[in-house]
Design a protein around this ligand. Structure first.
Ligand SMILES: [Zn+2]
Length: 296
């Protein structure tokens, strides 16, 4: 992980400031209607308060603010703050990082995880956090977002030189960031709001009533950080660059309104390797249904 230089972060902020998302965000086929909302004052916000929104839910108004600034550990991060019925706080944030092999390309990534503590058994709390992690990661994957095997969300790859994203566009990126934040808050449970369209997840009650012996019944997923199926960020950029930032099948680029994913040509599960020759750029539409149906 390398440092982002201020000029690049400012360029990214300027690009994001120009993005407008209209009167709704899309959660798959569902539209959540909203409008520009009150600013959350923060002098450090490089987006200067332009991305404040209000989403009316059945039980009240969800106020949301997207902010970008350098945090205390000297990292640029994109933050989402929410306010709902008097409860306010940071709901989701993600790192702006570069990596060695791809110079100053900015990757917006974040591991999907829950950290809240519960009263009661530590083991049960841990199991429930993992359960929520699995459910949220799967939901984001189903919404066409890139989530790796070790639950890392890769939301955007931004080239400061081109002043644009190479795998998505600004509107889509902002939409996806807000959607991820709202869903995270929904499952976190301590943000005070729930989306009516999603199953509720009343953790506190379940923790209080559950027993350690039930842990084994909770869904789990073996997380292997060293899985060779995971495509490193630098390699992802190389494939995108080699394929001219276009879908290998239909030729469309992110400017045409699609999102670009990196795909194993011969699936990993069938012995395909994670190397440049076995990777290709596919858009979210051409990628549908392909996953393991490798022919030839
Ligand atoms: Zn395509």
């Amino acid at each position: 992980m390398e440092e982002i230089i201020n000029k690049d972060a400012e360029g990214f902020a300027n690009a994001l400031k120009k993005v407008t998302i209209g009167n709704s965000i899309s959660i798959g086929n569902f539209k959540l209607f909203g409008e520009k909302g009150q600013e959350f004052n923060n002098e450090r916000d490089m987006l200067e308060g332009v991305h404040g929104y209000k989403f009316p839910l059945l039980s009240g108004d969800l106020q949301l603010s997207v902010q970008l600034y350098e945090n205390i550990s000297k990292h640029y991060r994109l933050f989402c703050f929410t306010k709902f019925n008097g409860k306010s706080g940071m709901t989701f944030s993600m790192n702006l990082t570069t990596e060695k092999e791809s110079d100053n390309i900015i990757f917006l990534t974040q591991k999907i995880k829950f950290t809240e503590q519960y009263e009661g058994s530590k083991e049960l709390g841990k199991a429930h956090r993992r359960q929520k992690q699995v459910i949220l990661a799967e939901m984001l994957h189903n919404l066409d977002l890139t989530v790796t095997d070790n639950n890392e969300l890769i939301l955007g790859i931004y080239n400061p030189e081109y002043k644009s994203f190479v795998n998505t566009n600004g509107v889509q990126f902002l939409n996806d960031f807000i959607v991820t934040s709202i869903l995270k808050g929904h499952f976190q449970g301590n943000k005070g709001y729930q989306l009516e369209i999603l199953p509720s997840f009343s953790i506190a009650e379940r923790i209080a009533k559950s027993r350690d012996s039930e842990i084994s019944q909770l869904p789990s997923k073996v997380v292997d950080n060293k899985s060779k199926r995971n495509i490193p960020l630098g390699m992802r950029y190389k494939v995108l660059h080699r394929d001219d930032f276009k879908c290998f099948k239909c030729g469309r680029s992110a400017e045409d309104g699609i999102k670009l994913h990196i795909d194993h040509i011969k699936p990993y599960s069938l012995g395909g390797l994670t190397e440049l020759d076995n990777l290709q750029t596919l858009c979210n539409q051409c990628n549908i249904g392909k996953s393991n149906k490798f022919i030839g």
